[in-house]
Design a protein around this ligand. Structure first.
Ligand code: PLP
Length: 358
């Protein structure tokens, strides 16, 4: 069987086949400017330094740390899943003093524990929506209690799917990815930096490619002449992001979050109706990423990987495996961006009932 239905909005597919122009073409600059303005709206921020970084979400993670953290700086990281772990590793490689504040995989991190973990951290880093567990971590209390620390928030799986409000929450640096709730292929990492954080940018971070000082000079100028060449922007991906953000803003942020919530609820209720157990508690459960425990005995005689394989081969539906300590124990079901539609939820629930013979 061929590949299943597209994960991205149809408008994004059309944008991807637009004729490719040069990255110094004035008409590309217009699209880039509009993309940055759309990102500000979606991030809910006035931050001037808001741009699509060339690279996936992990590039955003590196940029968010390497531009602010120097060897020896204390960095408090909330860890309750794979991506909190990744933040620790990035900070460790920079030479930071990493202070881990852990919670179990499937449980949110306690904001008080994060805030009291160090007297004066340079950075407090947290993942808003942990894709490895389906858990939402609270951000606003961290913004309230951060004191002089810079608050770095990973919004890779949250942006566009649930509320993200950088200015209201006191977030200093946020990064995201295009391939989740924005409904665009992977390839760019939107990043936004507050004025307060911008004033603390390291003048020469160890990564040249992710140096936000250089990127700002390249992307922020309103004129071709004012742009200082840094790298060749991936023009088609910027077109795609511009289109995806356009869909989101035309539909409205509130409406889009509501669509994700309705799909998440329908999916989670349906899974429970099939007798399956959800990993995350309802109080912190993401609508766009559901983690469901694999039943101990699968009546169909298939193992968990075979169930996923049948879903893909027979029904064109891809669900994820568990990772880290949850490998083999859970399935992770994304319902994000263009794919967050009730008909997709119903198709999955029907297919799963057949595969599990329930
Ligand atoms: N952070 C979170 C929460 C993610 O879910 C992911 C990827 O799934 C990343 C970071 C890394 O993003 P990428 O795979 O686009 O590099």
């Amino acid at each position: 069987m061929g590949p299943g239905p597209s994960n991205v909005y149809p408008e994004v597919t059309s944008a991807l086949v637009r004729p490719v122009i040069g990255h110094l073409d004035p008409s590309f600059l217009t699209v880039l400017d509009e993309t940055m303005e759309r990102l500000r709206q979606v991030f809910k921020t006035e931050n001037s330094l808001t741009l699509p970084l060339s690279g996936t979400g992990s590039a955003g993670m590196e940029a968010a740390l390497v531009n602010f953290v120097e060897p020896g700086d204390p960095v408090v990281v909330a860890v309750n899943g794979l991506f909190g772990e990744r933040m620790c590793e990035v900070a460790r490689r920079i030479g930071a003093e990493v202070v881990r504040v852990e919670a179990g995989w499937g449980t949110p991190v306690d904001p008080e524990a994060v805030l009291s973990a160090h007297d004066s951290p340079k950075v407090i880093a947290v993942v808003h929506a942990e894709t490895s567990t389906g858990v939402r971590n609270e951000i606003a209390p961290l913004g309230e209690g951060k004191k002089d620390a810079l608050l770095v928030v990973d919004t890779v799986t949250s942006l566009g799917g649930i509320e993200v409000a950088l200015d209201e929450w006191g977030v200093d640096i946020a990064y995201s990815g295009t391939q989740k709730c924005l409904g665009v292929p992977p390839g760019l990492s939107p990043i936004s930096v507050s004025k307060r954080a911008r004033d603390q940018l390291l003048p020469a971070p160890t990564s040249w490619y992710l140096d936000l000082n250089l990127l700002a000079k390249y992307m922020e100028s309103k004129s071709v002449a004012g742009r200082v060449y840094h790298h060749s922007a991936p023009v088609s991906m910027v077109f795609a992001l511009h289109a995806g953000l356009g869909v989101l803003l035309d539909d409205g942020l509130d409406e889009t979050w509501k669509r994700h919530l309705e799909c998440g609820r329908r999916l989670q209720d349906g899974l429970e109706a099939l007798g399956l157990r959800l990993l995350a508690d309802a109080s912190c459960r993401l609508p766009q990423l559901t983690t469901v425990e694999v039943p101990r005995t699968l009546s169909s005689g298939l193992d968990e990987a075979e169930c996923r394989r049948v879903l893909l081969d027979r029904y064109d539906i891809e669900i994820g495996s568990g990772v880290g300590p949850l490998a083999g124990k859970v399935w992770r079901i994304g319902c994000m961006g263009h794919t967050a539609r009730l008909k997709n939820v119903d198709a999955l629930l029907g297919a799963l009932a057949e595969v599990l013979r329930r």
